[in-house]
Design a protein around this ligand. Structure first.
Ligand code: FE
Length: 210
């Protein structure tokens, strides 16, 4: 199968947030999807390695903040390229409010939020698919929602050409550079389960710098 067939599917971008005890956390995801409109029901899929997934298993409720085309790259770096296991993402972050369910939603660079309660879940091996009822929400702005393609073309900074005597591999998601001439192991010899140290995406999301 040509794996590029999967690229033909389009995605939005979201910050999913939850609270477990005193701990607030959230991450960037692209897998929110409406399932039914009446009643309002959505699905989200999270990687089991995400700390938000661990917290959501326990809390059973979450907010989805829909990222708009006005979002700054810093929002993606803050929620996408670091783990809530290592830092408190809400410690020095002020662009949020608390919804009626006690969970933060993002007020800058997002155009709406949905408050959801998990109704069911399916174990997909590496990920968990959650089915959730939308119980509340609010439109924040009329800015268009950002698609994943819009993020790639307009929000993510353009990669700067890296001069090297070896092959240079660039993460399509976050721009992290793996320069063979500076590493002990050439990129192509890294194990298949190796992931980007910044955004944790797999080897398959790296491209050879031309
Ligand atoms: Fe990356």
């Amino acid at each position: 199968m040509d794996k590029k067939v999967m690229y033909s599917l389009t995605y939005g971008l979201y910050v999913i947030t939850t609270v477990d005890g005193d701990k607030k956390n959230g991450c960037i995801m692209n897998t929110a999807m409406q399932q039914t409109s009446d009643p309002s029901c959505i699905s989200v899929t999270l990687n089991k390695t995400d700390y938000t997934e661990y917290m959501l298993e326990r809390s059973g409720k979450f907010n989805i903040s829909t990222i708009s085309e006005k979002a700054d790259f810093s929002l993606f770096k803050h929620f996408g390229f670091q783990s809530g296991r290592d830092i408190d993402k809400f410690a020095d972050f002020t662009d949020y409010k608390e919804a009626a369910n006690g969970i933060p939603y993002i007020t800058k660079g997002c155009n709406a939020y949905l408050s959801c309660e998990v109704a069911d879940k399916i174990d997909l091996g590496t990920h968990v698919l959650f089915i959730a009822n939308v119980i509340d929400g609010e439109v924040i702005s009329t800015d268009p929602s950002a698609s994943y393609a819009y993020y790639q073309a307009n929000i993510k900074p353009a990669a700067k050409k890296v001069e090297s005597t070896g092959k240079v591999w660039v993460c399509k998601i976050c721009g992290y550079v793996y320069d063979d001439s500076k590493e002990a192991v050439p990129f192509e010899q890294l194990p298949n389960d190796w992931t980007c140290p910044i955004c944790k995406h797999p080897k398959s999301d790296f491209v050879l710098q031309s």
